[in-house]
Design a protein around this ligand. Structure first.
Ligand code: FE2
Length: 442
């Protein structure tokens, strides 16, 4: 199996731009480190010949244009999400206009990714799997701490190894869509290959089952890429080099350089893998006013999130409320421009899949007395790269023992469940996704 090694992260050394200090682990004095990095980034940007305020104004003008487009779409009742039929992806028939739309929106619905019948069968199979193993008794009625609901069963089931999930993970149709998604990124540059777009690391995640009639508070605006590490680690500084060096016009949210090897600060919401897109597959039909996912369909918005705290109206030792061990939440006080551009997914039916660029701000709308089920299985697109190869080793050992993967709470419900998916049921996609070689002939 080919290894993909990433070179050590480096910031471009153009001219006399000051070098940024780095903290590869969480700084012991957060306030001091925050003040230090903010001053250093300001100085670096200003050494480009433009003030921070000028650079931010140029960025903001571009973002305002996109926000206005999304607002106009919302008012017209049109979606800002890109929508593609699975057959067009499989046949290589996605036209250039649609590809350009996806490049701008960063989010996609794949229609008929799986047949509706297949998805509904998977939904039934998962229910049977948890019922056969008395999950509700084992679960004990704890609050899942995620969607702010409190009831005997969680909305998020910490179940990873059902046949239904694993069949979807390792299916040809999933691999086809994941390759398409990876190829939206620039995965080679300056003689480096950052990832393999046709080799998919398996990233097991949970399922969500939300029954009809439920009330849910939803999830606020956030993004999952990191927190203070976004400004402080060498890998993220290199990834976001054009945000931090004043050449904001050169920033490309689809550039994979230095994204695939670095560390993240540990925390409850961290993702050890590099995902080109986060995603889920619908296991029920869902109308877009029933507490569904929304995104801010502007991949460049991450530059706004990273530069906004450097403006002078934010205290020197603060990052607009962002800190370690907490999700990066948006705040109306600092991010009101971006929050105008919330864009719900369109109606989906079971078998459609939903994808969003890993840096997109997103959330889940609240709902009262939900009509119909709200069931999904989370399966992202994670290409083979140094970072994902490392995580795959821990995924494999979790798979072998039925444990919760190491990015998730140590609940391990499935360890004693005899009918979970087994290693001899893996096909070639499944084996490669877990870092295993080809199956030996029997
Ligand atoms: Fe999220």
């Amino acid at each position: 199996m080919a290894r993909i090694m990433s070179p050590a992260p480096t910031m471009p050394s153009s001219g006399d731009q000051p070098v940024l200090p780095t903290w590869e682990e969480i700084p012991t004095d957060l306030a001091q480190a925050t003040s230090e990095i903010k001053a250093a980034i300001r100085a670096r940007i200003e050494s480009s010949g433009r003030s921070l305020e000028d650079v931010f104004a140029a960025l903001e003008a571009a973002i305002v244009e996109r926000v206005n487009e999304v607002e106009a779409n919302n008012e017209a009742g049109e979606t800002s999400w890109t929508v593609v039929d699975y057959d067009d992806i499989a046949g290589g028939n996605v036209d250039s206009e649609t590809l350009a739309h996806l490049r701008r929106s960063g989010c996609l619905v794949v229609r008929d990714h799986f047949s509706r019948e297949q998805a509904l069968q998977w939904d039934t199979d998962i229910l049977t799997y948890v019922q056969d193993n008395d999950f509700s008794d084992a679960y004990g009625g704890a609050d899942d701490g995620f969607f702010g609901t409190d009831k005997a069963l969680p909305e998020m089931y910490p179940v990873y190894w059902s046949s239904a999930q694993m069949e979807a993970h390792q299916s040809d149709r999933m691999a086809t869509v994941q390759s398409f998604l990876h190829r939206r990124w620039n995965w080679t540059s300056n003689g480096s290959q950052w990832f393999d777009p046709d080799h998919h690391a398996m990233y097991p995640d949970r399922i969500r089952r939300r029954p009809p009639g439920v009330d849910s508070a939803g999830l606020g605006a956030h993004f999952d890429t990191g927190n203070l590490d976004l400004w402080m680690t060498s890998a993220y500084q290199a990834s976001f080099r054009h945000i931090f060096d004043g050449a904001i016009e050169l920033f490309d949210p689809w550039d994979a350089a230095h994204r695939t090897a670095g560390t993240q600060y540990p925390g409850t919401t961290m993702c050890s893998a590099f995902r080109t897109f986060q995603g889920w597959t619908a296991l029920s039909d869902m109308a877009n006013d029933q507490g569904v996912l929304w995104s801010i369909p502007i991949p460049e918005a991450i530059a706004y999130l990273l530069l906004r705290p450097l403006l002078r109206d934010v205290p020197d030792d603060e990052m607009c409320g962002v800190t370690v061990n907490r999700v990066f939440a948006l705040d109306e006080r600092w991010h009101s421009l971006l929050l105008r551009a919330k864009s719900s997914i369109p109606d989906v039916q079971a078998g459609d899949s939903v994808w969003w660029h890993c840096d997109l701000v997103h959330g889940v709308a609240g709902v009262t007395n939900q009509v119909g089920w709200g069931n999904v299985m989370y399966i992202p697109a994670a290409p083979w790269c140094e970072r994902n190869e490392t995580y795959a080793a821990s995924v494999l050992s979790a798979f072998e023992t039925g444990s919760s993967p190491s990015d998730f709470p140590e609940e391990h419900y499935e360890r004693g469940w005899s009918n979970r998916f087994s290693i001899d049921q893996l096909n070639e996609h499944g084996r490669r996704g877990l870092g295993l070689g080809p199956a030996r002939a029997r």
